[in-house]
Each structure stands twice: as C-alpha cells, then as structure tokens.
Design a protein around this ligand. Structure first.
Ligand SMILES: [Zn+2]
Length: 293
C-alpha cells in the first residue's frame, strides 16, 4: 500500500510538472545558490543501469551545478566569499564501497567534469568471491534476500582502487569499519568503528579522511557516537533528506537524499525536486536537537 501511494504520488507530481515548478521555487528561494547544496546518496551503480544513470546525471546537469567534494568542503570555510552559481548545487555520494562505483559511476562523473564522495566499509574492501558475498549479506544488505546472481552486486573495491579514486580527485569517506549500527555499541566498539575505520582508509589513501556517514536509518545515531565522529572527522553525513546551507547548518549534520542509479525518470525527478523534504522536517528537527543537546 505504501509503495502504491508513493508510486501514485510520484506519477501525479511528475505528470503535472509540479517537480519542475518546485525546482524553480527552490532555486528562487536559494537566491544566489552559493552555499545551498543538495547531497545525493547512491548505492550500487551496476553496468546494467549505466545508461539510466547517464540519463539521470545529464538531466541533473541541466538544472544543477555539480560540485566536487573538494569544492563542497571549501564551502564551509566562512572566510571565503560564497560562490554565485547560476543553478543550485548537487554533490553525489555513494555508500558501502562497491566496485561498480569505481567502474561505472566514477568515470561518468569525470566525463561530466565533477567528482564523487565514496563512503566505504574497510572490512568489506578487498574481499573477493564467497568472502565478499557472505560479508555483503551479513553486514551490508541485511534484508535477508537470496544472494543476487550477479557478483557485481556484492563485489567491493580494493585498496588500490580507493587510492586511484583519490588521485583522480574523488574523495573517500568513512562508513564505519564493519557497517555497524552505531546506536547499539559500547564506547570501545564505537572507537573501533569510527576511529578504526578512518585510520584504515587513511593507510590506503595516504590522505586525511574528512567525511563520515553513518549506516542504516536516520535514527541509528547517538550523542556519544557523534562526539567521537566530531573529534575525528570534519563532516558527518546523515541518511535524512533535505538541502544543506553551508553558511548556517552544522557540518556534523549534512542532509542527504537517497536517489538510486536505477530510479525511473519520474522517481528521480521527484526526488531532485525536493518534494519529499517537508515529510522529513520532523526527523531533521529531532536530529538537530539531539546534536545540540
Ligand atoms: Zn551503508
């Protein structure tokens, strides 16, 4: 029923072109567009979805300014004048560290003149064959599904590919050492997952790990884990939709909208329009009050 309502709503909004209207409204409200960013969160970017993803990103390119992680990180430096882009900004991020992000998504972003932010799970990185599959279905996709036939679904990147992404101007972030639920952990387990994860990534990429993204739902975070994330990273990304104003929002609570490579045209247009954002306002407020408590 929920699925049916969602599909009907998306169909109604896009068939009336309400999504384009909302985009124009958001654009006007953002004014000079400088520091307001829509952060997109994706997972797998399979070869079979490559054409779909290309069409999505080309649609985005006409309506938004793609920004790289480096540009995004620089927006928080209030000593600089905010840029004045003609269109609102989009940063594309990926969770979990699948190899399809390296083979399909990274070159596509480069062909559009931008770069991505890849949140990876160090204990998953470099696994092969049944080790990769078993880890994937016990730690990353825990819905209890039968393993996909195509190993592309569960094959992770390796450490050389992460280092190569960094060399090519992309950024690698920490998605916890083992894809753990932060809200369930003791302080010493939290240290392993948060600090241990970023130390492992830094040993591969030879650079600082600036960004952290917690796994699972918007509410799988605690004040204690936040304190540790803040002590060890410059940015924390949430799985909670919204747009982020880098001149006034906290760098430890960056809103992120899940928009997948396999989404239909109607679905991604709906998600980029921001039409979903009001639905999440209560959850954004709850996270803000938890962070500021
Ligand atoms: Zn994840």
């Amino acid at each position: 029923m929920k699925r049916f309502l969602r599909t009907s709503l998306i169909r109604a909004v896009t068939s009336l072109n309400l999504d384009e209207m909302m985009l124009r409204y958001q654009s006007r409200r953002a004014g000079g567009h400088g520091p307001v960013v829509q952060v997109v969160g994706m997972h797998e970017t399979l070869q079979e979805d490559a054409e779909r993803l290309r069409r999505q990103l080309e649609w985005v390119e006409k309506r938004f300014t793609f920004i790289s992680p480096e540009t995004f990180f620089g927006l928080w430096d209030h000593t600089r004048t905010p840029p004045n882009w003609s269109k609102p900004a989009v940063l594309v991020t990926f969770d979990d560290g699948r190899e399809s992000n390296y083979t399909v998504a990274a070159p596509m972003l480069e062909s559009l003149g931008t770069r991505g932010l890849f949140f990876v799970v160090p204990e998953f990185i470099g696994l092969t064959g049944s080790d990769a599959r078993d880890f994937y279905y016990s730690n990353i996709d825990i819905r209890g599904l039968a393993p996909a036939e195509s190993e592309e679904q569960w094959t992770p990147m390796n450490a050389d590919q992460l280092a190569d992404l960094m060399r090519r101007g992309h950024s690698v972030g920490n998605h916890t050492l083992s894809h753990a639920r932060l809200s369930d952990l003791s302080i010493s387990q939290l240290r392993d997952e948060v600090e241990g994860g970023s130390e492992k990534i830094a040993s591969w990429t030879q650079g600082p790990v600036e960004a952290f993204a917690w796994p699972y739902s918007w509410s799988e975070i605690t004040r204690q884990s936040w304190d540790l994330i803040r002590a060890t990273h410059r940015f924390c990304f949430s799985p909670c939709p919204g747009t982020t104003d880098c001149s006034s929002d906290s760098p430890y609570l960056i809103w992120r909208t899940e928009i997948e490579a396999y989404y239909s045209t109607a679905e991604y247009r709906f998600m980029y329009s921001g039409a979903i954002n009001p639905v999440w306002a209560g959850r954004r407020r709850r996270l803000q009050s938890m962070l500021n408590a």
